[in-house]
Design a protein around this ligand. Sequence first.
Ligand code: FAD
Length: 380
Amino acid sequence: MQSYWEHDAWMHYDYIVVGAGIIGLSTAISLKEQAPNSSVAVLERGVIPSGASTRNAGFACFGSLTEILYDMEKNGEEPTVHLVRARYNGLQILRKRLGDKACGYEQHGGYELLFAENLAALDHIDRVNAALQEIFPTPTFRLCNDLISTFGFDRKRVKALIQSDFEGQIHSGTMMRSLTHYAQERGITVLFGTAVEAIESTSSHTMLCVQHGGERLTFRASEVALCTNAFTSEFVPELGITPGRGQVLITEPIENLPFRGVFHLDEGFYYFRNVSSPEGERILLGGGRNLAFAAETTTAMQLNTAIQQELERLLRELIAPNHDVRVAERWSGIMGFHATKLPIVKRVRERLTVGFGCNGMGIALGSSIGADTARCMLEK
Ligand SMILES: Cc1cc2nc3c(=O)[nH]c(=O)nc-3n(C[C@H](O)[C@H](O)[C@H](O)COP(=O)(O)OP(=O)(O)OC[C@H]3O[C@@H](n4cnc5c(N)ncnc54)[C@H](O)[C@@H]3O)c2cc1C
C-alpha cells in the first residue's frame, strides 16, 4: 500500500521513458531540452543501465566500407547516407553534452581488415567516398596497407587495410554513468530496479505497472517512450525486433601493443580495439554471431563457448600473433535487430512511442534517435 506522499510525488509525470540505455536517456534529455517545465522520468529495470549500452565494445563508428556497401545494396544509397549522417550528428550531440573526458572519448581512427574474399570492396572506395563527402570534410576511406605489418597482423590472411580518420572510441561505462548524471542534473528522475511489466493506454494517460515488495505499482504519464531495445518485442511484437547476442573478451595488459584505434573485419561480424587502462594497453575483441545465428538470437546473457574459442583463435593467430596474450574477462550483451537496419521511431499506440534502431551500432546514433523520439512524443 503506497502512502499519499509516495503516489503524490513519485508516480505521475508528463513524460516517462522506459529503459535507461543511451536511447532512453537521450530521449529524456531531449524532452527536457524541448519542454523544460515538464516532468520527466526514466524507469530502468537494472540496478544500473543493464542493456547493450554498458556491455558494448565502445566503437564510436559510422560504418566500415563493406558495411556501408552492404547497406547501400540493401536499403539504397540515400537512406544509407542519411543513416551515416545521423550517426555523425548523434556523436557530435553526445560529445557536446558530456565532453570528451566524461565519455572517455579518444579519436585514433577506424580501420577495416580485408581478406582475399573481401577485396572486391576496394573497387567501390571512390563511389562511397563521393556519397559521403557532404558529411566528412576529407575522403572517408583510404588504403593504408603499409600499416598491416606495423600493427603486427597476420600478413598471410590480411590482404588490405582501410583507414578512416573520423572514427573514435569511448569508455562505455564512463559514458553511460556520465549520461545518467547529466540527465539527473537536469531534473530528470531516473529510477533503477524498476522493471515495467505491463503498459496500458487510456484516452488521457499511459500507465506502466511494476512489481515492488509484492505489490503492483502504477506509474502514469501523458506520453511514454519505449526505449527497451531488444526487449521492445515483449510489448510491441508486431515491429519485428529480434534479439542478437554479442560475445566480447578483453585481454590482460599487453606490452608494446603496436596499434590504437577501432578495427572491423569480416563485414562487421568481428571487431577489436585497444583499451587504454591504468594497468596498460589491452585488446577488446568481440563478434562471431555469424557462427551460430540461431543460438545467438536470444536474450539470455550467457557465454557461447564455441564463439569465445573462435575469438581467442583470432586474437592469437590474426590480431596479435607476436604477443603473449591472456584473456582477462569475457561477457555478452544483447543487441536489437530489425530487418531493414534502419531506425524505428514512431507512435505505436495512443500515448506510446518506440525509439529503437541501433542494430549493433548505437553509440554514434543513440543521441540522434533520442532527439527524434522526443520530437515524435511532443508532436500532438
Ligand atoms: C556486445 C556488443 C557490442 C557492441 N558494440 C558496439 C560498438 O562498439 N559500437 C556501437 O556503436 N554499438 C555497439 N553495440 C550496440 C550498442 O550497444 C547498442 O546499439 C545501443 O547500446 C542500444 O542502445 P539502447 O538504448 O537502444 O538499448 P540498451 O542499452 O539495450 O537499453 C535498453 C534498456 O532497457 C532496459 N529495459 C528492458 N526492458 C525493460 C523493462 N521492461 N522495464 C524497464 N527497463 C527495461 C534494459 O535494462 C536496458 O538498460 C554493441 C552491442 C553489444 C551487445
